[in-house]
Design a protein. Structure first.
Length: 294
């Protein structure tokens, strides 16, 4: 697949277009009557060691589960993701995505103070070419397990593109609304990767900019926001597209341009240290979105 023509000037213009100005001071801490930013435990050196250990454990678990034929692979990966969510102390729901009952979305939820408010959804594919997105989703679930947020925060691991479509159908059928969706795609953060991109369609640009700002304030990993037309090559290859079709904002988080995905023969070795450094930034993004400030 040939790369679309682009120039550094074009990327810079898209990245910085319509840059927001944010309040000079943050909102007060969360209370039952006012949404603000909950206080966070500091990311101490000891906590960093625990985070890297859990990332390595989940990477190894998913790599082992990915061996074997397609049918066994899917079931083993589903069980591995379910086990990691349960180990994090979360209740888990598995929902079939088709009539065969062979593939399931794996879901868990952090209930917000405003249970009926439009929620924030975090998605990743557990049967992808590489496990980095799902592994970082599991790390964020652990990091947020003690948070009290305003909006509901829903985590879902999809087995395929059909998983996000079926999930959106169910939300619509249940009368649920989505404030924002983050799709955690390939995020190995190998040494050759420059950082993370928050990629959105033009209608979701405000969410991408807010996410980038929150991430930059809490992580040393570089981050950029790119708002692209929905027809742009590669931009429709991830799970946020199902949410766009419903009219809900969605952002893909990845460590490379989507139109370059097919240029690589196989995933590179994930950089656990850089993945760990990205977790506080992703936590900050979700806290911002789930407290109604993004």
């Amino acid at each position: 697949m040939s790369q679309p023509p682009h120039s550094p000037r074009d990327e810079e213009r898209i990245d910085e277009a319509a840059a927001e100005s944010f309040p000079a001071s943050d909102a007060p801490a969360w209370t039952a009557t006012r949404a603000g930013s909950p206080s966070h435990p500091p990311w101490t050196l000891e906590r960093g060691h625990e985070l890297r250990a859990s990332l390595r454990s989940d990477l190894a678990r998913l790599v082992r589960a990915a061996r074997g034929d397609a049918e066994k692979r899917r079931g083993a990966l589903e069980d591995a993701v379910t086990r990691s969510m349960l180990d994090a102390g979360r209740a888990v729901v598995r929902s079939p995505i088709d009539d065969t009952l062979r593939a399931h979305n794996v879901e868990t939820e952090l209930i917000g103070a405003a249970r009926d408010a439009p929620g924030v959804v975090v998605g990743a594919r557990y049967d992808a070419d590489d496990p980095s997105g799902a592994v970082l989703e599991l790390a964020v679930i652990r990091a947020l397990s003690g948070e009290r947020l305003h909006r509901p925060l829903r985590f879902v691991a999809f087995p395929s593109a059909g998983g996000s479509e079926r999930y959106v159908e169910r939300l619509r059928r249940d009368g649920k609304h989505v404030h924002a969706m983050l799709s955690l795609a390939r995020m190995e953060l190998a040494p050759t990767a420059g950082g993370l991109f928050f990629l959105s369609d033009l209608r979701s640009r405000a969410i991408a900019l807010a996410a980038r700002a929150a991430f930059r304030g809490s992580s040393r990993v570089p981050a950029r926001a790119l708002a692209l037309p929905s027809w742009f090559p590669g931009i429709t290859s991830s799970d946020e597209v199902s949410f766009w079709r419903q009219g809900w904002p969605g952002v893909m988080v990845t460590d490379r341009f989507p139109w370059r995905f097919s240029m690589r023969s196989r995933p590179s070795e994930p950089d656990v240290d850089r993945m760990a450094a990205a977790v506080p930034g992703l936590v900050a993004v979700l806290v911002r979105l789930a407290t109604g400030r993004g």
